[in-house]
Design a binder for this molecule. Sequence first.
Ligand SMILES: *Cc1c(COP(=O)(O)O)cnc(C)c1O
Length: 369
Amino acid sequence: MNHTSPPRAWVEVDLEAIAHNLDIARQASPGVALMPVIKAGAYGHGLEPVARRLDTDGAAFFGVANVGEARRLSMAGVRTKPFILGPAFPEEREEMVLNNWGCTISTLEEAQHYQSIAEMFDKSFPVHMALDTGMGREGFLPHQLGEIIGPLQQMKNLIIDGVMSHCSAADEDVSFTQAQIREFTDCVAMLGRHFKLRYRHLAASAGELGYEIPIANMVRPGLLLYGVAPMASIYDGVLRPTLRLKSRISLVRELPAGHGVAYGRDYITSAPTQVATIGIGYADGWNRRLGGAGTRVFINGHYCPTLGRVTMDQIMADVTAVPDVAPGDTVELIGPHIPVTEVAERAGTITWDIFTGLGPRLPRVYHSH
Ligand SMILES: *Cc1c(COP(=O)(O)O)cnc(C)c1O
């Protein structure tokens, strides 16, 4: 007897499309270093497989969220250096120094701690100064720079190897973003008189596509690697989708008119309806806000509206218009017929949230062609 079960829902990842999109990021910023951002499991595509595929593509760093992700890359034998984008906890810092992982500093306390760890191991540790030009999440405030340069210069084991900041509204507020770019430029010019700033980086995907930042020499594209441009640009239409979300029909039944579908009876059939039960739910990351009118899935060449609320493990769709539909048939939820941008819009959220919401219960199937 065969005791395996076919997956009820899964994610198909096209690693070549991610590599292609990295090439587009490279073309968009010629001559500039690249930090592909692969935090949060490469936006749901799978941390290790994506890192391995991009490992020989000449990136300066891989952007990760935290030490746990950096450690996973190193255990997977990935050669590109991880760069930890967010602040680290004190107990994580020794591992970071010993492995030479890239990181930011936002306070003199952090700097002093890295300095003393590096001194203890008799090594020098390169860090990037984070500047808070408006994001309010990490970094020194520009007005603090005058008083911290001296103390940082005293830290002999700390190399101020780079400077970074982060745009907080690149896809929403052009004039604020331009002010951020000017402030970053002024700060870098000032810091550059005291430190050899090998890397200067501000732009994520929207910043890269939408703005000129001549002082920067590295970009940190995330979303655009996964085929979605947060800004209109000349690269629209050349990015390739990187992921498909699929499920299977587990049951097809005819319900009479006047029958409720799913919790709360939000949907009541108005006529006899062929209803397919599909093996994906909010526990897989199919956002619960996708319940209700307007959401559709693609089955055997036909768009089918989903019916009623999303349940934990299952959703229902109207397949009355689909001939010969049967249990086992594949359902496209994200893919060539249903872009991730449509799903995000229907869910009232952003594509980043849809990608990173794809849950661990969904097996990832990789295609490299
Ligand atoms: C997540 C993140 C990025 C990538 O952002 P995208 O909008 O996905 O391109 C870049 N830089 C930092 C600091 C980030 O946190």
